[in-house]
Design a protein around this ligand. Structure first.
Ligand code: BEZ
Length: 270
């Protein structure tokens, strides 16, 4: 008989996570009922593991996990198909849903702006290819939203029925939804490093101006070796990295074109 235990609402067998329990009552009615419940929840927990049975949650600074997938634009080798480009990989919960439809219109309307920033957009959900194609056509033919109509979704949408990619990128968060992705946005630079990640829940549509600001901010930081203060907008003053030597601290205060509020908080125009 395997040894089961309960840690923070998770059933563990030895050191292995088996299932999440919602109510301790299942634990007291151990036998048949628990077995049924365990099998049901194990399926959802497995969706959060990568092929090495590890919880998969890429972090800022990691190399973007590689995958091959089918999309509405054909086969995709990610990130290999986007050499030298910035990538925005984002997930949406489901096709033919209201918030996602408004998000797709917003993103499609800004696609040219992202391309001008050397940035390619790639969408993903756990829906089928025919669902993606039908939804994209439906948006173009039938949806008018806040002055936008006849909107062409010009970026590829990954087909992830198997949940392979969403699992690899930690886009399924069982506390929010067991069977669909949350609204994740991964910002990936031309060296394929993950530089920023934003997560939104199911019921809150993303701010695409913020997504553009993040791309511009990261590119500006790279190009000029500076950082961006709170609420920074393109064109506004940037801040210098904090000094790492006393000489550096002294020199920057005297430097022309730099405004120092204190020796560690200096800003400048680009
Ligand atoms: C939506 O896009 O409206 C939506 C999708 C899944 C769950 C909740 C909302």
């Amino acid at each position: 008989m395997p040894v089961f235990g309960l840690v923070n609402n998770y059933i563990v067998k030895g050191f292995t996570l088996v299932a999440k329990v919602e109510k301790i009552i299942y634990f007291t009615k151990w036998t048949k009922f628990l077995t049924l419940y365990e099998i049901k929840t194990r399926i959802t927990m497995e969706q959060c593991y990568n092929s090495n049975s590890q919880w998969s949650m890429p972090r800022i600074g990691d190399q973007a996990p590689e995958f091959r997938a089918m999309t509405t634009h054909g086969k995709l080798n990610f990130p290999g198909d986007y050499v030298g480009k910035w990538k925005i990989l984002f997930s949406h919960p489901a096709d033919f849903t209201p918030v996602c439809t408004t998000e797709f219109i917003a993103f499609a309307n800004m696609q040219k702006e992202f391309e001008a920033l050397n940035t390619q957009i790639v969408g993903l959900s756990v829906d089928s290819l025919s669902s993606h194609i039908a939804w994209v056509r439906n948006i173009k033919e039938k949806i008018e939203w806040e002055g936008s109509k006849d909107v062409e979704i010009g970026f590829p949408i990954i087909v992830d029925i198997s949940k392979k990619v969403s699992t690899l990128y930690g886009m399924i968060m069982p506390g929010e939804s067991n069977n669909s992705c949350i609204r994740a946005v991964f910002f990936i630079d031309p060296t394929d490093k993950i530089r920023a990640i934003i997560y939104y829940p199911l019921n809150l549509g993303r701010n695409f101006e913020e997504i553009k600001r993040v791309i511009i901010g990261l590119q500006t930081s790279d190009a000029h070796d500076v950082a961006m203060p709170a609420n920074w907008q393109p064109g506004k003053d940037v801040v210098l990295h904090y000094p790492v030597t006393t000489d550096d601290a002294k020199a920057r205060v005297a430097q022309e074109g730099i405004k120092c509020h204190e020796w560690y908080l200096c800003s400048k125009k680009l």
